[in-house]
Design a protein around this ligand. Structure first.
Ligand code: GLU
Length: 446
């Protein structure tokens, strides 16, 4: 049996780290299994769904390298959902209800006061034909609920092991609103049957939902997929991310200069038994994926870890792989510079700052007490610089001035780069060239 999975975002907002993790787990599993990955756009909510969000979702997935084998929109498939609804109605499994939301609220409050669980009381099933007629004469339109069996639903969850949902403890789910629009529950099942989805992989906030959906699967077909419910993402403080998701959207992370592989490395590894570290490619992440590595504890998303992974990836990136992006930053002839600074950048764009340090005229930054030392350093700097110059030059400066350690090296670094930290100075010196280096050491603009 070939594996078929789907990632089913609603185009009512941007993709953020939470839903990208779900997309990624689907992707890693299906690529590891050699199956197919469907991108399903859950746009049954015609008012809140937009083309712009849909395009954004596709752009983000492409940027991450999460490619799909097929895609479709639920909004093109209402006929199928109507057919399924009619089938359920004919079997008495989808029944009309007339309560307003205020009436339902009141009902729930009363149940709470009585110490009962706030489960829908199925009042609509008791209505006589006359009662229905008078409600409809009043202008009320029905919403439609699926009649749960009241029994327990059990499945072997790929992540959580055996799961049981007692359907008598949950309300019959509303599948169709009073305005005739479909909620998520039924279209999702219809599409999962139609596409022969073998594994529904999603967040554990859907566990209860799965109990109800499995009954709908069984009512409509003999196809019930496997389920894998993964623990939710939390921040490094252990708290939910919901309030911060806006700033953790893919377009924000991209704008902040994070590499897609940093995002996928981190999101693949958190909450698993693997070490959290940069991985060289998505295919390596695929080969390392296994559901058995996913624990039951929430996965902690830590932006500091993302920065560290990002830096680590860049340290290992060859110039050829970033040449175009470096040129797009306005840095030309950047190969030697990249090789020099790549272990000092956190974001690729940091190279632009180092290019300015090397290529743009600037005055040397020299403290008064270091002026004489820097003058001597300028005078004894050879005119032809090689990779060895720095060590030979600083050794002789050490001997002639008696300076050593930080008092020897830091003034030179500051005078030459204006920064107290950075790439190894031997390479910096060569790229600066003797003329510019001497000018800066003498406190002049060079
Ligand atoms: N559109 C649904 C959501 O974003 C999909 C859930 C599912 O994977 O079934 O929550």
């Amino acid at each position: 049996m070939s594996v078929i999975v789907r990632f089913a975002p609603s185009p009512t907002g941007k993709l953020h780290v939470g839903n990208v993790r779900t997309a990624l787990l689907n992707y890693l599993f299906v690529r590891e299994q050699g199956g197919s990955f469907i991108l399903r756009i859950d746009d049954t909510d015609l008012e809140r769904s937009t083309n712009a969000y849909e395009d954004g979702i596709k752009t983000d997935l492409e940027w991450l390298g999460i490619n799909w084998d097929a895609t479709f929109n639920q909004s093109h498939r209402f006929k199928l959902y109507e057919d399924a609804a009619n089938k359920l109605k004919a079997e008495g499994l989808l029944y009309p209800c007339y309560e307003t939301s205020e009436e339902l609220d009141r009902q729930r409050k009363l149940q709470r006061v009585q110490g009962k669980p706030p489960v829908y009381n199925r009042g609509a099933l008791e209505l006589t034909a006359d009662a229905v007629k008078s409600l409809e004469d009043e202008g009320r339109k029905p919403h439609w609920r699926f009649k749960l069996s009241g029994k327990s639903v059990t499945w072997l969850d790929v992540v959580r092991g055996e799961q049981t949902i007692d359907t008598s403890s949950i309300s019959d789910p509303v599948l169709i609103r009073a305005d005739g629009s479909f909620l998520y529950t039924l279209p999702s099942v219809v599409d999962d049957i139609d596409a022969r989805i073998t594994h529904v992989i999603r967040g554990e906030d859907h566990v209860t939902n799965s109990g109800a959906q499995i009954e709908i699967f069984k009512a409509l077909s003999d196809h019930v997929p496997n389920f894998a419910h993964t623990p939710l993402l939390v921040g490094s403080d252990g708290k939910g991310l919901s309030k911060r998701l806006g700033s953790l959207s893919m377009d924000q992370l991209r704008e902040q200069g994070f590499e897609p592989l940093a995002v996928t490395s981190l999101l693949s590894k958190i909450g698993t038994s693997d070490p959290i570290e940069a991985r060289p490619s998505l295919s390596v992440l695929v080969s390392e994926f296994s559901f058995s590595k996913i624990g039951r504890a929430p996965a902690r998303f830590d932006e500091n870890e993302l920065s560290l992974i990002n830096a680590r990836l860049l340290h290992d990136t060859d110039f050829a792989d970033v040449k175009d992006r470096i040129e797009a930053l306005g840095v030309t002839d950047g190969e030697a510079l990249w090789n020099l600074v790549r272990s000092n950048v956190e974001k690729l764009s940091d190279i632009a700052g180092w290019s300015t340090v090397i290529n743009a005229p600037m005055p040397g930054q020299i403290a008064n007490e270091d002026a004489e030392f820097c003058q001597i350093a300028a005078e004894c700097l050879p005119n032809t610089l090689t990779a060895d110059t720095w060590s030979i030059w600083t050794k002789s400066l050490k001997e002639s001035t008696g300076r050593k350690g930080k008092t020897l090296f830091l003034p030179l670094r500051l005078a030459l780069t204006g920064r107290s930290q950075g790439p190894q100075m031997g390479g910096v010196l060569v790229l600066l060239g003797a003329e510019r280096a001497k000018a800066r050491l003498m406190g002049q603009t060079g």
